[in-house]
Write a new protein. Structure first.
Length: 341
């Protein structure tokens, strides 16, 4: 049994708490809002995000950090925009041997830093492990078999998380490619939003298959430029997460995209979804990263223009279909010097 402290009482934070308690761990779940914590303590259910999933009485629900110093694993499950501020509050409160496990997917606004970079700056004395992969909270909480990857440059730390959090319905692989795991998990939200838009337009399976395949190539291209390994994007944090997010109605990004395809602006669609839609901000971040690094990202660029510049989505599709002909092999094409074209 391990002592876990989970920062964030949203859907995934709650799911991790329920799963970990069922696996025999001592779990404390933290919310920054007293009204939210009080509601969860009273109802023992996250009615808005995980209706029907009971939160066991054994899970403590708090708004303070009193139990933090005893935690062996601290799971950070807040929106990516809040990771720095939350991590800063942990400084000096964690045991030296405690591992920060981040499940947030995205980049810090303005700096475009990955979550592991942000956490390392705020918690330099504690190792950080990234947990990523196809893992909708609704299914994790219900014990539906799920497989993810734990990423850390120190594989001993990744394996520690693997041993602690793995269970009968939650299988964890490990990797030392932190950059690949992070970029795959963040950038798939951009493609999932686009996939939803195709559904909103009423387009077919052929179109979505093409989007997902070429989208994964685009994600890998940017990832490699950032220092990731190509093969990581064929794994759970790349292809696996892309598939589930592009095809499931559990995905807020896909649901947001459907609304965009039906005619709403990006901002209006996010407002109607009513919850965090990481793909909306990640589109802007990915667009800027591609621009800074000189990496060709045609799908991301068109999604950005639709969401932030009001471009007609059908024209965006037509422009993608009308691009110059090229090799499918990324290796062949890059060998011809086309990285920034």
């Amino acid at each position: 049994m391990a002592k876990l402290f989970i920062l964030g009482a949203g859907g995934f934070g709650t799911a991790l708490a329920v799963m970990s308690q069922a696996n025999g761990h001592e779990v404390t779940m933290w919310s920054y809002r007293e009204d939210e914590a009080a509601q969860l303590r009273t109802d023992r259910e996250n009615r808005r995000l995980l209706p029907g999933v009971k939160i066991p009485e054994e899970i403590a629900i708090v708004t303070d950090f009193a139990a933090l110093g005893e935690a062996e694993l601290v799971l950070i499950a807040v929106p990516s925009s809040a990771v720095r501020s939350v991590s800063a509050q942990l400084h000096g409160r964690l045991a030296l041997g405690a591992v920060a496990v981040c499940v947030s997917k995205g980049f810090e606004p303005e700096t475009l830093k990955r979550m592991d970079e942000v956490i390392a700056e705020e918690l330099p004395e504690n190792p950080c492990v990234i947990l990523s992969g196809p893992s909708h909270a609704e299914e994790v909480a219900k014990g539906i078999p799920t497989t993810v990857v734990a990423a850390c440059r120190d594989l001993d730390m990744a394996e520690r998380v693997q041993m602690t959090l793995s269970g009968d319905t939650f299988r964890i692989y490990v990797t030392d490619d932190v950059i690949g795991a992070e970029l795959g998990g963040a950038l798939k939200n951009v493609i999932a939003l686009a996939a939803g838009a195709l559904d909103g337009l009423g387009l077919g399976d052929n179109t979505k298959a093409a989007l997902m395949t070429r989208g994964l190539t685009e994600i890998a291209r940017l990832g490699v430029a950032c220092g990731a390994r190509t093969e990581t994007f064929g794994g759970l944090s790349g292809m696996g997460d892309l598939i589930v997010t592009c095809t499931s109605m559990h995905s807020r990004n896909r649901r947001c995209g459907i609304l965009v395809g039906q005619g709403l602006s990006g901002a209006e669609a996010v407002k109607q979804v009513g919850m965090t839609v990481e793909g909306y901000t990640n589109t802007k971040n990915a667009y800027e990263m591609g621009r800074r690094l000189g990496v060709e990202m045609p799908i991301t660029n068109e999604v950005y223009k639709v969401l932030y510049e009001g471009k007609d989505i059908r024209q965006a599709i037509a422009d993608l279909m009308g691009r110059p002909r090229r090799h499918e092999s990324e290796y062949t094409w890059l060998q011809e010097g086309n990285l920034s074209r």
